[in-house]
Design a protein around this ligand. Structure first.
Ligand code: 1HE
Length: 279
Protein backbone atom coordinates (compact mmCIF):
# COMPACT_ATOMS: atom_id res chain seq x y z
CA UNK A 1 0.00 0.00 0.00
CA UNK A 2 1.28 3.51 -0.74
CA UNK A 3 0.10 7.00 0.11
CA UNK A 4 0.30 9.41 -2.78
CA UNK A 5 -0.68 13.04 -2.87
CA UNK A 6 -3.29 13.51 -5.59
CA UNK A 7 -4.17 17.10 -4.94
CA UNK A 8 -2.75 19.98 -2.92
CA UNK A 9 -4.78 18.80 0.05
CA UNK A 10 -5.71 15.19 -0.69
CA UNK A 11 -3.58 12.14 -0.01
CA UNK A 12 -4.92 8.92 -1.48
CA UNK A 13 -4.21 5.45 -0.18
CA UNK A 14 -3.32 3.14 -3.03
CA UNK A 15 -3.94 -0.51 -2.27
CA UNK A 16 -2.77 -3.53 -4.29
CA UNK A 17 -5.38 -4.67 -6.78
CA UNK A 18 -6.51 -8.26 -6.18
CA UNK A 19 -7.13 -11.14 -8.57
CA UNK A 20 -5.37 -11.58 -11.89
CA UNK A 21 -3.75 -8.14 -11.69
CA UNK A 22 -1.96 -9.14 -8.50
CA UNK A 23 -0.33 -12.05 -10.33
CA UNK A 24 1.61 -9.91 -12.82
CA UNK A 25 5.06 -10.21 -11.26
CA UNK A 26 6.78 -7.51 -13.35
CA UNK A 27 4.08 -4.94 -12.68
CA UNK A 28 3.01 -3.39 -9.42
CA UNK A 29 -0.66 -2.46 -9.67
CA UNK A 30 -2.49 -0.47 -7.03
CA UNK A 31 -5.81 1.34 -6.94
CA UNK A 32 -7.31 4.25 -5.10
CA UNK A 33 -10.95 4.86 -5.95
CA UNK A 34 -11.24 5.37 -9.70
CA UNK A 35 -7.48 5.60 -10.32
CA UNK A 36 -5.33 2.57 -11.05
CA UNK A 37 -1.57 3.07 -10.76
CA UNK A 38 0.50 0.58 -12.75
CA UNK A 39 4.26 0.60 -12.23
CA UNK A 40 6.69 -1.17 -14.54
CA UNK A 41 8.56 -3.06 -11.86
CA UNK A 42 11.86 -4.33 -13.19
CA UNK A 43 14.18 -1.57 -12.02
CA UNK A 44 17.30 -3.77 -12.01
CA UNK A 45 16.95 -4.03 -15.81
CA UNK A 46 15.74 -0.43 -16.13
CA UNK A 47 12.22 -1.74 -16.81
CA UNK A 48 13.39 -3.31 -20.09
CA UNK A 49 10.36 -5.02 -21.56
CA UNK A 50 10.71 -8.76 -21.83
CA UNK A 51 8.07 -10.89 -23.56
CA UNK A 52 6.74 -11.69 -20.10
CA UNK A 53 6.36 -8.02 -19.23
CA UNK A 54 4.57 -7.30 -22.51
CA UNK A 55 2.18 -10.21 -21.90
CA UNK A 56 1.58 -9.00 -18.35
CA UNK A 57 0.85 -5.48 -19.56
CA UNK A 58 -1.67 -6.90 -22.03
CA UNK A 59 -3.26 -9.06 -19.33
CA UNK A 60 -3.49 -6.09 -16.99
CA UNK A 61 -5.24 -3.86 -19.51
CA UNK A 62 -7.81 -6.45 -20.54
CA UNK A 63 -8.59 -7.16 -16.88
CA UNK A 64 -8.88 -3.68 -15.42
CA UNK A 65 -11.30 -3.48 -12.49
CA UNK A 66 -14.71 -2.19 -13.63
CA UNK A 67 -14.33 0.64 -11.08
CA UNK A 68 -11.21 1.97 -12.87
CA UNK A 69 -11.78 5.28 -14.64
CA UNK A 70 -8.15 6.25 -15.38
CA UNK A 71 -4.82 4.40 -15.40
CA UNK A 72 -1.48 6.03 -14.57
CA UNK A 73 1.66 4.21 -15.76
CA UNK A 74 5.07 4.94 -14.30
CA UNK A 75 8.41 3.19 -14.03
CA UNK A 76 10.02 1.98 -10.82
CA UNK A 77 13.63 3.05 -10.21
CA UNK A 78 15.70 5.65 -12.00
CA UNK A 79 14.22 5.27 -15.50
CA UNK A 80 10.78 4.99 -17.07
CA UNK A 81 11.74 2.22 -19.48
CA UNK A 82 14.83 1.05 -21.40
CA UNK A 83 12.69 -0.42 -24.21
CA UNK A 84 12.88 -3.91 -25.60
CA UNK A 85 14.75 -6.47 -23.51
CA UNK A 86 17.70 -6.87 -25.85
CA UNK A 87 18.75 -10.14 -24.23
CA UNK A 88 15.72 -11.80 -25.84
CA UNK A 89 16.19 -10.71 -29.45
CA UNK A 90 19.51 -12.09 -30.54
CA UNK A 91 18.32 -15.63 -31.35
CA UNK A 92 14.98 -14.72 -32.95
CA UNK A 93 14.17 -15.91 -36.48
CA UNK A 94 12.41 -13.56 -38.92
CA UNK A 95 9.12 -15.34 -38.22
CA UNK A 96 9.65 -15.07 -34.46
CA UNK A 97 10.37 -11.38 -34.96
CA UNK A 98 7.04 -10.77 -36.69
CA UNK A 99 5.10 -12.60 -33.98
CA UNK A 100 7.09 -10.75 -31.32
CA UNK A 101 6.22 -7.38 -32.81
CA UNK A 102 2.56 -8.37 -33.10
CA UNK A 103 2.62 -9.30 -29.42
CA UNK A 104 3.62 -5.72 -28.63
CA UNK A 105 0.96 -4.35 -30.97
CA UNK A 106 -1.76 -6.35 -29.24
CA UNK A 107 -0.60 -5.22 -25.80
CA UNK A 108 -0.28 -1.58 -26.78
CA UNK A 109 -3.64 -1.61 -28.55
CA UNK A 110 -5.11 -2.82 -25.27
CA UNK A 111 -3.53 0.23 -23.62
CA UNK A 112 -4.66 2.79 -26.20
CA UNK A 113 -8.02 1.27 -27.00
CA UNK A 114 -8.86 -0.07 -23.55
CA UNK A 115 -11.83 1.16 -21.56
CA UNK A 116 -10.23 4.20 -19.88
CA UNK A 117 -7.76 7.05 -20.49
CA UNK A 118 -4.13 6.29 -19.67
CA UNK A 119 -1.51 8.79 -18.44
CA UNK A 120 2.21 8.00 -18.40
CA UNK A 121 4.72 9.61 -16.05
CA UNK A 122 8.14 9.87 -17.68
CA UNK A 123 11.50 10.16 -15.98
CA UNK A 124 15.02 9.07 -16.90
CA UNK A 125 15.34 6.97 -20.04
CA UNK A 126 12.24 6.83 -22.21
CA UNK A 127 13.86 4.94 -25.03
CA UNK A 128 13.02 2.53 -27.83
CA UNK A 129 10.00 0.50 -26.81
CA UNK A 130 9.69 2.70 -23.72
CA UNK A 131 8.99 5.67 -25.97
CA UNK A 132 6.63 3.49 -28.02
CA UNK A 133 4.72 2.72 -24.82
CA UNK A 134 4.65 6.38 -23.81
CA UNK A 135 3.32 7.29 -27.27
CA UNK A 136 0.53 4.76 -26.78
CA UNK A 137 -0.76 6.52 -23.68
CA UNK A 138 -3.26 9.34 -24.00
CA UNK A 139 -1.33 11.92 -21.96
CA UNK A 140 2.33 12.14 -20.98
CA UNK A 141 3.69 13.97 -17.93
CA UNK A 142 7.49 14.38 -17.94
CA UNK A 143 10.00 15.23 -15.25
CA UNK A 144 13.21 17.13 -16.12
CA UNK A 145 15.29 13.93 -15.94
CA UNK A 146 13.32 12.41 -18.84
CA UNK A 147 15.11 11.90 -22.13
CA UNK A 148 13.86 10.35 -25.32
CA UNK A 149 15.80 8.17 -27.72
CA UNK A 150 15.22 5.63 -30.45
CA UNK A 151 18.47 3.64 -30.50
CA UNK A 152 17.04 1.04 -32.88
CA UNK A 153 19.24 2.35 -35.71
CA UNK A 154 22.37 1.79 -33.62
CA UNK A 155 21.18 -1.65 -32.52
CA UNK A 156 20.58 -2.72 -36.13
CA UNK A 157 16.85 -3.12 -35.66
CA UNK A 158 13.67 -1.16 -36.33
CA UNK A 159 10.83 -0.06 -34.10
CA UNK A 160 8.42 -2.97 -33.64
CA UNK A 161 6.13 -1.83 -30.86
CA UNK A 162 3.94 0.50 -32.94
CA UNK A 163 6.39 3.41 -32.85
CA UNK A 164 6.35 3.98 -36.59
CA UNK A 165 2.59 4.51 -36.47
CA UNK A 166 2.29 6.37 -33.17
CA UNK A 167 5.44 8.48 -32.74
CA UNK A 168 5.18 10.38 -36.07
CA UNK A 169 1.65 11.33 -35.06
CA UNK A 170 3.20 13.13 -32.09
CA UNK A 171 6.38 14.62 -33.56
CA UNK A 172 6.30 14.00 -37.33
CA UNK A 173 8.24 11.59 -39.55
CA UNK A 174 11.15 14.00 -39.95
CA UNK A 175 11.98 14.25 -36.24
CA UNK A 176 11.51 10.54 -35.73
CA UNK A 177 13.82 9.81 -38.69
CA UNK A 178 16.44 12.11 -37.14
CA UNK A 179 16.21 10.23 -33.82
CA UNK A 180 16.56 6.86 -35.55
CA UNK A 181 19.17 7.76 -38.17
CA UNK A 182 21.50 9.82 -35.99
CA UNK A 183 20.71 8.60 -32.49
CA UNK A 184 19.58 12.11 -31.56
CA UNK A 185 18.26 12.23 -28.00
CA UNK A 186 15.75 14.87 -26.94
CA UNK A 187 15.95 16.12 -23.38
CA UNK A 188 12.84 16.86 -21.36
CA UNK A 189 12.59 20.50 -22.46
CA UNK A 190 12.99 19.59 -26.13
CA UNK A 191 10.56 16.71 -25.66
CA UNK A 192 7.97 19.11 -24.30
CA UNK A 193 8.50 21.57 -27.15
CA UNK A 194 8.19 18.94 -29.90
CA UNK A 195 5.10 17.33 -28.36
CA UNK A 196 6.51 14.20 -26.75
CA UNK A 197 5.10 15.30 -23.39
CA UNK A 198 1.92 17.20 -22.61
CA UNK A 199 3.17 18.49 -19.25
CA UNK A 200 6.67 19.13 -17.93
CA UNK A 201 6.81 19.34 -14.15
CA UNK A 202 9.51 19.52 -11.50
CA UNK A 203 11.57 16.46 -10.64
CA UNK A 204 9.66 14.10 -8.39
CA UNK A 205 6.31 15.77 -9.12
CA UNK A 206 5.25 13.68 -12.09
CA UNK A 207 3.01 11.32 -10.17
CA UNK A 208 1.42 14.18 -8.27
CA UNK A 209 0.58 15.91 -11.56
CA UNK A 210 -0.64 12.68 -13.14
CA UNK A 211 -2.95 11.94 -10.22
CA UNK A 212 -4.23 15.51 -10.27
CA UNK A 213 -5.05 15.10 -13.98
CA UNK A 214 -6.47 11.63 -13.38
CA UNK A 215 -8.78 12.99 -10.70
CA UNK A 216 -10.13 15.58 -13.14
CA UNK A 217 -10.49 13.04 -15.94
CA UNK A 218 -12.26 10.59 -13.64
CA UNK A 219 -14.85 13.25 -12.86
CA UNK A 220 -15.87 13.49 -16.55
CA UNK A 221 -18.78 11.46 -17.87
CA UNK A 222 -17.30 8.02 -18.71
CA UNK A 223 -18.88 8.06 -22.16
CA UNK A 224 -17.24 11.41 -22.98
CA UNK A 225 -13.87 9.99 -21.95
CA UNK A 226 -14.52 6.92 -24.07
CA UNK A 227 -15.42 9.06 -27.09
CA UNK A 228 -12.27 11.13 -26.62
CA UNK A 229 -9.93 8.15 -26.39
CA UNK A 230 -11.69 5.86 -28.90
CA UNK A 231 -13.57 7.97 -31.42
CA UNK A 232 -11.29 11.01 -31.66
CA UNK A 233 -8.09 9.27 -32.82
CA UNK A 234 -10.07 7.19 -35.31
CA UNK A 235 -11.95 10.18 -36.69
CA UNK A 236 -8.66 12.05 -37.05
CA UNK A 237 -7.46 9.24 -39.36
CA UNK A 238 -10.57 9.34 -41.56
CA UNK A 239 -11.22 11.41 -44.63
CA UNK A 240 -13.14 14.51 -43.41
CA UNK A 241 -16.50 13.47 -44.88
CA UNK A 242 -16.43 10.08 -43.15
CA UNK A 243 -14.97 11.59 -40.00
CA UNK A 244 -17.69 14.20 -39.75
CA UNK A 245 -20.37 11.55 -40.11
CA UNK A 246 -18.85 9.46 -37.31
CA UNK A 247 -18.49 12.64 -35.25
CA UNK A 248 -22.24 13.26 -35.57
CA UNK A 249 -23.02 9.73 -34.44
CA UNK A 250 -20.59 9.87 -31.53
CA UNK A 251 -21.79 13.26 -30.38
CA UNK A 252 -25.43 12.16 -30.51
CA UNK A 253 -24.61 9.02 -28.52
CA UNK A 254 -22.68 10.99 -25.87
CA UNK A 255 -25.34 13.70 -25.69
CA UNK A 256 -28.12 11.14 -25.32
CA UNK A 257 -26.50 9.64 -22.23
CA UNK A 258 -28.17 10.58 -18.93
CA UNK A 259 -24.80 11.72 -17.52
CA UNK A 260 -24.56 14.37 -20.25
CA UNK A 261 -28.13 15.53 -19.76
CA UNK A 262 -27.54 15.93 -16.02
CA UNK A 263 -24.31 17.87 -16.56
CA UNK A 264 -25.94 20.27 -19.02
CA UNK A 265 -28.85 20.80 -16.58
CA UNK A 266 -26.31 21.45 -13.81
CA UNK A 267 -24.67 24.19 -15.87
CA UNK A 268 -27.95 25.82 -16.88
CA UNK A 269 -29.13 25.77 -13.28
CA UNK A 270 -25.83 27.34 -12.10
CA UNK A 271 -24.60 24.25 -10.26
CA UNK A 272 -21.60 23.54 -12.52
CA UNK A 273 -18.22 25.22 -12.80
CA UNK A 274 -17.58 27.82 -15.46
CA UNK A 275 -14.66 27.42 -17.86
CA UNK A 276 -11.63 29.10 -16.29
CA UNK A 277 -8.00 29.56 -17.28
CA UNK A 278 -5.74 26.73 -16.10
CA UNK A 279 -2.21 27.45 -14.89
C1 1HE B 1 18.93 -3.99 -20.33
C2 1HE B 1 18.36 -3.03 -21.18
C3 1HE B 1 17.67 -3.48 -22.32
C4 1HE B 1 19.33 -2.01 -19.54
N1 1HE B 1 17.61 -4.81 -22.53
N2 1HE B 1 18.86 -5.29 -20.58
N3 1HE B 1 17.00 -0.28 -25.66
C5 1HE B 1 18.23 0.26 -25.60
O1 1HE B 1 19.02 0.19 -26.51
C6 1HE B 1 18.59 0.91 -24.29
C7 1HE B 1 19.72 0.11 -23.64
N4 1HE B 1 19.94 0.55 -22.27
C8 1HE B 1 20.68 1.68 -21.98
O2 1HE B 1 21.08 2.45 -22.83
C9 1HE B 1 20.94 1.93 -20.54
O3 1HE B 1 20.80 0.70 -19.83
C10 1HE B 1 20.01 2.98 -19.90
C11 1HE B 1 20.36 4.36 -20.45
C12 1HE B 1 18.54 2.67 -20.15
C13 1HE B 1 20.20 2.97 -18.36
O4 1HE B 1 21.58 3.13 -18.04
P1 1HE B 1 22.06 2.77 -16.57
O5 1HE B 1 23.50 3.17 -16.49
O6 1HE B 1 21.12 3.34 -15.57
O7 1HE B 1 21.90 1.18 -16.42
P2 1HE B 1 22.81 0.01 -17.05
O8 1HE B 1 23.96 -0.25 -16.15
O9 1HE B 1 23.13 0.26 -18.47
O10 1HE B 1 21.81 -1.22 -17.04
C14 1HE B 1 21.44 -1.88 -15.83
C15 1HE B 1 21.07 -3.31 -16.17
O11 1HE B 1 19.95 -3.29 -17.03
C16 1HE B 1 22.17 -4.00 -16.97
O12 1HE B 1 22.13 -5.38 -16.65
P3 1HE B 1 23.15 -6.01 -15.58
O13 1HE B 1 22.75 -7.45 -15.52
O14 1HE B 1 24.52 -5.76 -16.12
O15 1HE B 1 22.90 -5.27 -14.28
C17 1HE B 1 21.75 -3.81 -18.39
O16 1HE B 1 22.26 -4.80 -19.27
C18 1HE B 1 20.25 -3.96 -18.25
N5 1HE B 1 19.53 -3.32 -19.34
N6 1HE B 1 18.62 -1.81 -20.67
C19 1HE B 1 18.20 -5.67 -21.67
N7 1HE B 1 17.06 -2.65 -23.15
C20 1HE B 1 9.41 -3.71 -29.96
S1 1HE B 1 10.78 -3.07 -30.62
C21 1HE B 1 11.49 -2.03 -29.47
C22 1HE B 1 12.89 -1.75 -29.90
C23 1HE B 1 13.70 -1.17 -28.79
O17 1HE B 1 13.23 -0.92 -27.71
S2 1HE B 1 15.32 -0.90 -29.16
C24 1HE B 1 15.96 -0.09 -27.80
C25 1HE B 1 16.51 -1.01 -26.77
Amino acid sequence: MSSIQVDASITAEFRPVQGVLAQQSLLCIEQSGAIVHLRLNRPGKRNAMSDTMIRQLHTAFINLPPSARVVVISGEGSHFCAGLDLSEVSEQSVTDGIHHSRLWHAAFDAVQFGPVPVISVLHGAVVGGGLELAATTHLRVAEPSAYYGLPEGQRGIFVGGSGSARIPRLIGVSRMSDMMLTGRVFDAVEGQSVGLSNYLVREGEGLFKAFELATKIASNAPLSNYAITQALPRIAEMAPAEGLFVESLMSAIAQGDEAAKQRVRDFLEKRANKVEKTS
